[in-house]
Design a protein around this ligand. Structure first.
Ligand SMILES: Nc1ncnc2c1ncn2[C@@H]1O[C@H](COP(=O)(O)OP(=O)(O)OP(=O)(O)O)[C@@H](O)[C@H]1O
Ligand SMILES: [Mg+2]
Length: 502
């Protein structure tokens, strides 16, 4: 191995129909090193790592893993045998199986022709214990929190002796506690001599975990170096290709009239007597820890989940919302958190996804689609948010993660809505696109639309909202004016659990 590299990728090129995803990219990783792989949405990070882990094959270029030339194509199995494991951007667990079954999925242990369940259970428990992960191997994965599922993915990778561990946006759905836990495990893995590739759009977390960075832009290698020696604004400008002046742009306008009132809303277990108000021309942040009931509240307002009681009043008029169509007709829309399940039809094209949300404008009364109108709306949405795609006919599933998220946001913008609820709109989105989304929220605010902004990232919620309500365990525990509050105060409301009697 030259210079202690365990991965050497040189001049890697990969083309998808209409897209050159990778153009002569180089990438290097050493043992015991955490390398951040950074770049905007669609830069090619996931594609490069999918090539390293055998999910995709390269068109050209050379690869060495542990000094061994990889002549032909890898597949996931042969890559795993070489010690490369990847934890994908979207988790890939079988929810109905146990932790042990997931860990040994595809490499089940046998004894005399039968599954050796006991040994799999024992070995799964052993690796969980080694990593000090407090999960039992016989737990059903579907019953675990996302953060715990992520830990199981890591345990799975390490059980198969991975020496190169690729994590594609591991923290995008984790609570701050879970992130700390993840970092602890990464440090242990690193101390064991494993090389870790760390992909993330949460730039503020890099300082806690990363040794070096490799930066890509538009499918090309840009630069690499020691993280601490490159100032953050330089990292950002290398990713984006220009300066970003204001990470949290705001506009100062006078708040308008009271528009939305949510009264004594109850739904399921996580929406308990929720009350709040929102005004025209303001961005109302909803903060809270994962599982606080924020998403459930937005779903109940939008009519996705049934309410058990409560009233939703818009401009003084009490609304009957039993399904999303009722909400959309009344002028309330939701850009949901889970883009894969709720936000997008991944099997449809981008054009169809955007058009579906705007049928009222695109269709004539007789139901005929006005193609010109459709094209105008779709083109505007794509250019407003700078969604990177070869053309609007590609399936949503082929876009990079962040660009999918932009489509979720974009599709509602052409709609004449009065209230737009954004649930974690910037999750997985790069730094430049975040600013674009904040600018869009500001524009909506200027137009007098009520913007509701659910986010788990305190810096952005403090940076963008005018007021913030905080939820904990299904209840609103605090209502704060942004300029008079700070992270600590929000966190104290976010952890205000009622004492429970078992
Ligand atoms: N299976 C595919 N078919 C067609 N195009 C694809 C496919 N996978 C990726 N692409 C395209 O390749 C480019 C690089 O995508 P990739 O997913 O690697 O980006 P990324 O850097 O991981 O972005 P993000 O931060 O948004 O996850 C994008 O233009 C994307 O649309
Ligand atoms: Mg990606």
């Amino acid at each position: 191995m030259s210079d202690g590299y365990i991965v050497e990728m040189s001049n890697i090129t990969k083309t998808f129909p209409g897209v050159r995803a990778l153009d002569n990219v180089s990438f290097h990783l050493k043992a015991g090193q955490v390398m951040a792989l950074l770049g905007e949405n669609g830069a090619g990070k996931s594609t490069l790592m999918k090539i390293l882990s055998g999910v995709y094959t390269r068109d050209s270029g050379s690869m060495k893993i542990f000094g061994k030339d990889i002549e032909g194509d890898l597949n996931p199995k042969s890559a795993a045998e070489l010690g490369v494991a990847i934890i994908h951007q979207e988790l890939n667990m079988c929810n109905h199986l146990t932790v042990a079954e997931n860990i040994f999925l595809g490499k089940e242990l046998h004894h005399r022709g039968l599954l050796n369940k006991k040994e799999m259970m024992d070995r799964a428990n052993a690796i969980l214990q080694k990593l000090k992960i407090d999960i039992k191997a016989d737990a059903v994965v579907g019953s675990l929190a996302v953060g715990q599922q992520q830990m199981v993915e890591i345990a799975k990778a390490l059980e198969s002796d991975a020496k190169v561990l690729i994590m594609d946006e591991p923290t995008s759905a984790l609570t701050s506690k879970e992130i700390e836990e993840l970092f602890r495990i990464i440090r242990e893995v690193k101390a064991d001599g494993c090389g870790v590739v760390y992909i993330s759009h949460r730039l503020e977390e890099l300082q806690h975990i990363v040794d070096e960075v490799t930066i890509m832009r538009d499918g090309k290698y840009i630069t690499e170096g020691i993280f601490k020696s490159i100032p953050m604004n330089e990292i950002i400008s290398n990713m984006v290709g220009r300066e970003i002046k204001e990470q949290f742009p705001t506009i100062d306008i006078e708040r308008g009239e009271l528009a939305l009132q949510v009264k004594n809303l109850n739904a399921g277990r996580l929406v308990r007597d929720v009350n709040f108000e929102a005004y025209r021309g303001e961005i109302l942040g909803i903060a809270g820890l994962m599982g606080a009931g924020r998403t459930e509240t937005t779903r109940a307002i939008f009519g996705v989940d049934p309410k058990t009681s409560g009233e939703i009043i818009l401009d003084g008029k009490s609304l009957t919302i039993n399904k999303p169509m009722d909400a959309i007709r009344a002028g309330i829309v939701l850009a949901p958190e889970d883009r894969k399940h709720d936000g997008l039809c991944v099997k449809l094209s981008i054009r169809e996804n955007i058009a579906l949300a705007n049928l009222d404008q695109i269709c004539s009364k007789g139901g005929l689609v006005n193609r010109n109108k459709e094209r105008t709306i779709v083109e505007k949405a794509v250019s407003d948010l700078e969604i990177k795609l070869p053309n609007a006919e590609v399936n949503a599933s082929n876009l990079s993660g962040g660009n999918q998220q932009k489509v979720v946001v974009a599709k509602w913008l052409a709609n004449n809505s009065k209230v737009i609820i954004f649930d974690e709109p910037t999750r997985g989105i790069d730094v430049a696109a975040k600013v674009e989304i904040y600018n869009i929220m500001n524009e909506l605010k200027r137009e007098g639309i009520v913007v509701i902004f659910v986010s788990s990232e305190l810096p952005e919620i403090l940076g963008i909202s005018d007021r913030i309500i905080v939820m904990c365990d299904g209840k609103v525990t605090g209502s704060l004016i942004t300029k008079d509050t700070n992270q600590e105060e929000i966190l104290s409301y976010a952890t205000r659990f009622e004492k429970k009697i078992d």
